[in-house]
Design a protein. Structure first.
Length: 281
């Protein structure tokens, strides 16, 4: 029997995927451009000093942080006093919360007995809004970066923890039974079966936790002397509306860029999961 050449099928499929990606890109950026146009027109029609046009907000955004000399890569001094401290607190708190959430989630998900002991405490603690704990963190840890990073980590840990527990407990039992039959070592079971199987739900928790981290960072910085949150509050209190909106714009850009990077990582890590879903469909 002669083999049938099916390589021609891949060409139209790649072409369809390319058109689909281009269409998604045009729709995504077209929506942002349309939003900017609506904002510009609405702000000029309203004429309120509290709602400036997006063109002025972007201009102020560039003046504040990206109008420096070429030798400094066009970064201003305020970039180091405003953006860098906020990014350091954001990544520090998010990274700490993610690490704790995954470690505890795997432990609870793998041990029903351990979960029975700690889950009531866990559900009680996660029901407390993190901003309500700001005075307690302030009393215990002071006003420094340690307090802000700890508060961000406390808020981040819960969506990661819950999704990790759910992901670990939803691992296919047949895969675990097969690994026991072949006497796989625990490390191979964990890194080769449990963690990959739970990774789609873990990434779902990471996406939620990233947005939570950005929100709590702004709240924590309201009692600080540096950072984006601090500058937004000071600008609002001094009626510097362009500075306030520029701070809000940079927060949106940070959130969008970090979410896009996380989505790229998720696509590469969970490529097998996307392929299995397409195969089912």
């Amino acid at each position: 029997m002669t083999a049938v050449d099916t390589s021609w099928i891949a060409v139209p499929r790649r072409r369809r995927n390319g058109w689909k990606g281009l269409r998604a890109f045009v729709i995504r950026w077209g929506a942002l451009v349309a939003l900017g146009v609506v904002w510009e027109v609405a702000a000029r029609l309203i004429g309120s000093p509290f709602f400036p046009p997006i063109s002025k907000v972007i201009g102020r955004f560039v003046d504040l942080w990206f109008s420096g000399p070429p030798s400094a890569l066009f970064l201003t001094e305020r970039f180091g006093t405003d953006l860098l401290p906020s990014l350091g607190r954001l990544f520090g708190g998010w990274g700490l919360g993610v690490a704790l959430g995954i470690l505890l989630g795997v432990a609870i998900g793998r041990s029903r007995t351990f979960g029975d002991y700690v889950e009531p405490i866990m559900h009680f603690a996660r029901a407390i809004p993190p901003p309500a704990l700001l005075p307690i963190f302030f009393i215990l840890l002071g006003i420094g970066d340690g307090m802000k990073i700890s508060l961000i980590a406390f808020a981040v840990v819960w969506p990661v923890l819950l999704n990790t527990i759910d992901g670990v407990r939803s691992v296919e039992p047949l895969h675990l039974d097969t690994s026991r039959v072949f006497a796989f070592p625990r490390g191979k079971i964990f890194f080769g079966i449990v963690l990959p199987s739970a990774s789609p739900k873990i990434f779902a928790g990471l996406r939620v936790s990233l947005a939570v981290a950005l929100i709590v960072m702004v709240i924590a910085e309201m009692s600080s002397t540096s950072g984006i949150g601090y500058n937004v509050v000071i600008a609002q209190r001094s009626f510097q509306m362009l500075d306030m909106w520029a701070g809000i714009l940079v927060l949106g850009i940070i959130g969008y860029v970090l979410t896009a990077i996380l989505s790229l990582v998720e696509t590469r890590v969970t490529r097998w999961h996307q392929g299995s879903r397409e195969g089912v469909q």
